[in-house]
Design a protein around this ligand. Sequence first.
Ligand code: AMP
Ligand code: GLY
Length: 312
Amino acid sequence: MAECVLVIGGGGREHALAWKLAQSPHVKQVLVAPGNAGTADCGKIRNSEVSVTNHAILAQFCKDHNVGLVVVGPEVPLAAGMVDDLTAAGVACFGPSARAAQLEASKSFSKAFMDRHGIPTARWGSFTDPQLACDYIRTASFPALVVKASGLAAGKGVIVAANQDEACAAVKDIMKEKAFGSAGETVVVEELLEGEEVSCLCFSDGSSVAPMPPAQDHKRLQDGDLGPNTGGMGAYCPTPQVSQELLEQIKVKVLQKTIDGMKAEGAPYIGVLYAGLMLTKDGLRVLEFNCRFGDPECQVWARNLPTGLLAR
Ligand code: AMP
Ligand code: GLY
């Protein structure tokens, strides 16, 4: 019996992971830190108040409670090096290292990485000076209307502007008014892409990839996709937008290339890699990488998974 599994996080994604892990006959108990009302006391699942920011305390807690595996849900602890620190303390932990998590934690790193490795993405520029960002918006030969805080901003740091004035106002909000704090010290300005947006996730051991069934998020507020973009208000999976043939292309041109590139750059990527893709009329483009399971995608994916989540 694999003792106890600790899930880090407090959203629907973590509830879905805990629910699926608890079904394993190998698991006696699932702890969730901090968890939420749904994971408070639910069969094998219960919440824990252990610190998720002090990694030394967390490592000691894992040893004291025979935690055989830690599964990290959100990006913030991954970017803060939770996997590096727990692994160094001898605690088995699922997720990428802080260096590998840069693929999500720094959009300017991620865009430059894609260019270095020939991974298709929107044309872009990265700026630490708001005036230069605005000059780029006004002079680019394509609609440079998407403005992003480069750092982590809880899924809210992206503004899809309707015109150049709005895009320049977004630069001002992010860089001068500090709408997303230090996450906006660098901005990425991108070409506006149009098409269907899909989420393609895979598991990786640092060398190979095992894709999950693709999902689609409900992104924009209001009926008919007329409202502003959100981080995702619901999802379904699998999505008919991605045929088996397209999934194979995504696997080769995006997922495997990313894993190979990270390995070649000395930051092997182990964990779940999430590629947010736009299917444009000119082909697929990566909008973003996330270094974790998606939320809400994980909720529909876990429901669909015919097997267990934990193998011995
Ligand atoms: P990101 O965090 O980079 O994925 O951006 C959040 C959301 O903004 C995405 O899920 C898309 O819906 C939208 N978005 C991001 N980049 C672009 C782009 N270049 N063109 C159109 N929409 C975008
Ligand atoms: N559903 C979008 C995300 O997890 O970032």
